[in-house]
Design a protein around this ligand. Structure first.
Ligand code: HEC
Length: 110
């Protein structure tokens, strides 16, 4: 029985990660993170780069909840922990782009 439960958990885990990343993208857009950090967390003139390779969750959460700088802090009322965790799943799911050396067009410019 225990093995069956473990198998069930292993079977559903990757699908759940994809779901919460997709939901996280929706939350990221709904609560306005994208306005300063870009749709893919790439950063822009108003906000830093958040992905790929986001900060560890605890550091990110501490910052988002408590910052007093240029970024508005998000309370748990505005953005519950469950939603922030989904945002984190989204940021973690963003893949690193290819390096400039791996882009043929850029090589031709050298
Ligand atoms: C009004 C623009 C704005 C919005 C909206 C915004 N941010 Fe930011 N964010 C910033 C700026 C500017 C900084 C850099 C601030 C600083 O260093 O004090 C920052 C920094 C951060 C950092 C720290 C990054 C690092 O490497 O130190 C994290 C994490 C972050 N934002 C996450 C989020 C998330 C998640 C959301 C949505 C829930 C969000 N931000 C919404 C402007 C914004």
């Amino acid at each position: 029985m225990r093995t069956l439960l473990l198998l069930a958990a292993l079977w559903t885990a990757p699908a759940m990660a994809v779901d919460s990343a997709a939901e996280g993208k929706q939350v990221f857009i709904r609560v306005g993170c994208y306005q300063c950090h870009g749709y893919a967390g790439q950063g822009g003139s108003a906000g830093l780069k958040l992905a790929p390779e986001p900060l560890p969750y605890d550091a990110l959460s501490t910052f988002v909840r408590g910052t007093t700088g240029a970024m508005p802090a998000y309370s748990t009322t505005l953005l519950p922990d469950a939603d922030l965790q989904k945002i984190y799943a989204y940021l973690k799911s963003i893949k690193k782009g290819p390096s400039a050396d791996d882009i043929p067009l850029l090589k031709n410019l050298q």
